[in-house]
Write a protein that binds this ligand. Sequence first.
Ligand SMILES: [Zn+2]
Length: 240
Amino acid sequence: MACRDSAAALRLSSAPVSSLDERLAISEEFSDHKCVSHGPTARAGDEPRPVDLPRIERAVREILIAIGENPSRDGLLDTPARVARAYRDLFSGLRQDPARHLRRTFVDDSEQAVVVRDIEFHSCCEHHLLPFFGRAHVAYLPARGRIVGLSKLARTVDEFAKRPQVQERLTNQVADAVFENLKAGGVAIVLEAEHLCMRMRGVAKPGAMTITSAFRGLYADDAAARAEIMQLVRPRSAGC
Ligand SMILES: [Zn+2]
């Protein structure tokens, strides 16, 4: 099986989508807020909504009660505050514009594809608010020698990941950011990740990897170029 085929074949669906009623209720709840978090696209110039730590604390306390726990027992007393601070960090990408890292480019005379493999990332599935984590492999073909610092690619992945996400959108957001900001000739992104919502609950399949890919420019248009770059960004877990 070719790498690209296995990438498509290994895509595993995860979560039951919330009911329409639930979604409508949530959208009403947030209709008075300026920033709606679905499909987040923080942009330069937008004033990000600050994290409401006390509100998270109240919600976590409610969850503890709802699952039958006693939030007043010793071990749980500080849990709501800890969770609130953890969420502030886990979702810090909602208040950032990850593409800013890609706006400072410089010129090199190389015309070879730039490949950064094995960028570790941690994200949180928006269906269950459980972590998914793995590695991103990023490749782009510089246009007119325009390149960016390698660490900037990792920072971009990291900040897009620190939002309530689905892996497909995360992959596409990274691809679009690199393609648009570097005006690259082509972009190929592969993400491989394990989802705790699949490992710990539901179908309970430990070790199942979800692989997603996104191609832009030359790598979207030209099958031979795509096959060539896939030799460099192929997922480890595909075993090829
Ligand atoms: Zn999930």
